[in-house]
Design a binder for this molecule. Sequence first.
Ligand code: GH3
Ligand code: MG
Ligand code: MG
Length: 468
Amino acid sequence: MNREKPNVLVVDDEETILKSLSLTLQEGGYDVTVAKTGSEGLEKLGKNRYDAIIVDYKLPDIDGLEIAKAIRDRDRKVSLIIITAYIPAETADISIRLGNYNFLEKPLEGETVLSTLKRSLISRDYLANEQQILDRPNILVVDDDYEIRSGLEEILKAAGYNYKSCANGHEALEKIKEELFHMLIVDLNLGDMEGVEVIKKAKEHFPEMMIILITGSPSVESVVVALKSGTFDYIIKPLHLEDVLGRIKIGWEKYKQAVLVKQLLQNLRITTLELEKFNKQLSTLAVTDYLTSLYNHRYIMEALSREYSKIERFHRSLAVLLLDLDHFKSVNDRYGHQAGDAVLMELGSLLKNSVRTMDIVGRYGGEEFCIILSETDSEKAVVIGERILQTIAKKLFKIKEDLCINITASLGVCGTDVKGVHSIGILLDCADKALYEAKARGRNRVVCWKEIGRMSSIGHREEEESRH
Ligand code: GH3
Ligand code: MG
Ligand code: MG
């Protein structure tokens, strides 16, 4: 670990959490920087180097996975700890999805924060030396027998391994907290505790640690207990040089394989997650109009067919509203196509905000929009149409920095409550004809097919449909 104070960046939108975390970390001997949003955090990360980042999974501006990825992109080796406010099962799920990141669950406890941070920094240091470490394991020898301990030290030294040694369990546990060991060679019977206790604690701390047990003449039971606690292999005293070295070598190969598999799995998880997200984006794109972000024509038709089958089953009503901007060509001609686009975008959000969330608003094509009003008859639809007209009339559409204009629209309405309307084709056709009539009557108005009631043309349409 660094000799100077490690610095930690904390990103959380909750003031109280920022304050209490800062205090805990400062008392724990860290330099602390805080950020209240994801973008502020990333900005700070761009300017400064941090040893660790503690970041809330739920930030107002950037979602947890995005920020974790952005942080990793900027600094692959920084310690990353994620704060979650979820029940354990969900945290576990995020943990599986994100790979081996460290987590802190709310409410945060000072001691847990400090121990998680310390563990994360130790493994960061380990990652920083990944290559070097994969060539040379770091081994801890724990035996209360001086002869055996020094014998092992000699063997390890001659073979060129990094190692530390100690004579009892307590000392071993202290060392494990301070440093990352890939392998533990431990006596079954230590003076102050059972070797198995040391193994359990070591595994809690670093699950991948390879354990080799040293034992006199072991009982089957004691070997089984040791194996169950995660022991990889055991050596029976007296120790033989070749035997010890051979087992360390095999253990080391196993360790490297396990690390490799873990890395591969982690990459796979991230790839799967990215794919899931990409697929979601794709399906959203497939139903979205690129300009207004409303639903596109295809989706409107699908939705209409879904809604229509519901009203057939449950005998409910459904109305369709077609809206076409008045003299929109002249907006383009006078202010340019881009200004026209800006008007269409503003109108899109105006329409979306003018109806209930259950209603479906889409761009039918060009400067024509379609609204599907479920559970609505044609009379109510006319009232909604009038309301939309008034909202449009009041709205100033921004053309450029210092120029706003008014626009108007014409609306055609038809509902399934109107006599003779018994298919989607007829419904749309009648709404379209009502729109045409609204244009003919002078524009900037709502016309309902019900009041026109030219049933002859419906008959014509029906004939056409039955022919297909
Ligand atoms: P009316 O009142 O009869 O509807 O007149 P109008 O000018 O709105 O109708 P017309 O059908 O003659 O012209 C439609 C205009 O809408 C022409 C076309 O360039 C414009 N338009 C269609 N789609 C877009 C678009 O995506 N962006 C822009 N800026 N203009 C569009
Ligand atoms: Mg028009
Ligand atoms: Mg048009």
